[in-house]
Ligand binder design. Structure first.
Ligand SMILES: Nc1ncnc2c1ncn2[C@@H]1O[C@H](COP(=O)(O)OP(=O)(O)OP(=O)(O)O)[C@@H](O)[C@H]1O
Ligand SMILES: [Mg+2]
Ligand SMILES: [Zn+2]
Length: 274
């Protein structure tokens, strides 16, 4: 469904040494020559239809930057990403026009941000937030949009009676459910989740994770899940990549990564979270 090749994102002017002088081996993502931040480099992976792919790594390793580049919140500095339903996966979506990127984002992707205020307008009704995504996806009929919003809220276990309330008045767990409802509004084949449950109480977290699993199975979504919490990754993802200093240090079946990590960094990460 999604194929990423050599994606890179550099913040700063960059020089010809940025890539060779940063990364796990250099223990830093800052280029010593020019001071640019190599937030992502040499990132390659694939996610199949109906698969949850995990991205794990310490703070600053580049996880959010990666999904933000895929969602076009940030412009990647280099590399390719192909989405099977867009031009049969033949076109690098990182290099298309802004208008085409809007089309891809509105019709083929959903995103849930770590902080609800990044994905929701807090002083816009909950239904209005979902309608925003529906309008982007080409819905026009107001009655039909309300129906669809109610359907989505019910599916994400937000009482539909709260459709006209402001997300600002919701609990953290419920705000994340509204974000999930909004992300799914256009029935996207690809869903990007950035630390969806970080900051939620453990019991609330478990329910949101359950919800994500059942939605993913029901809709056969391809999902990229970002988390620094191995528990979340263990529960959700079939395959996982470990990131450090902007690069992937290990990728494989989640069970194998957790039970028998090959790279010293992964071993450290796993043992520190046991
Ligand atoms: N706009 C920006 N300008 C400069 N550097 C940035 C910018 N955004 C992110 N970075 C840097 O890019 C690197 C990767 O950041 P990113 O937010 O992707 O990490 P992360 O893995 O998501 O971390 P966390 O677990 O804390 O969310 C960090 O060194 C960060 O400081
Ligand atoms: Mg992040
Ligand atoms: Zn440099």
């Amino acid at each position: 469904m999604l194929t990423v090749n050599n994606l890179a994102k550099i913040y700063g002017s960059s020089c010809s040494h940025c890539l060779e002088l940063t990364g796990p081996a250099h223990k830093s993502n800052v280029c010593p020559r020019c001071g640019s931040v190599v937030a992502c480099a040499n990132i390659s992976f694939q996610v199949d239809k109906g698969e949850i792919f995990g991205l794990v790594g310490e703070s600053g390793s580049g996880k959010s930057t990666l999904v933000r580049c895929l969602y076009f919140d940030e412009e990647a500095t280099g590399g390719e990403a192909r989405l099977a339903p867009y031009q049969d996966g033949r076109v690098n979506m990182l290099a298309v026009s802004a208008q085409q990127k809007r089309f891809i984002r509105n019709h083929l992707m959903g995103m849930v941000y770590q902080y609800p205020h990044l994905g929701l307008k807090m002083y816009f009704s909950c239904g209005g937030n979902i309608a925003e995504k529906l309008l982007d996806a080409g819905f026009r009929h107001v009655g039909r949009m309300r129906e669809r919003a109610a359907e989505l809220l019910q599916r994400t276990e937000v009482p539909p009676g709260r459709m006209d309330d402001l997300p600002a008045t919701f609990s953290g767990g419920m705000q994340q459910r509204v974000q999930i409802a909004k992300a799914l509004a256009n029935s996207p084949p690809l869903l990007l989740l950035d630390e969806v449950t970080t900051g939620l109480d453990v019991s609330v977290q478990a329910r949101v994770l359950d919800l994500i699993r059942s939605l993913q199975q029901e809709m056969q979504l391809a999902v990229v899940v970002v988390s620094h919490d191995l528990g979340v990754i263990r529960l959700l993802s079939g395959r996982t990549a470990v990131m450090k200093n902007g690069q992937m240090v290990e990728v494989g079946l989640t069970d194998q990564i957790l039970e028998d990590p090959q790279q010293p960094y992964t071993q450290l990460l796993v043992s520190s979270q046991l």
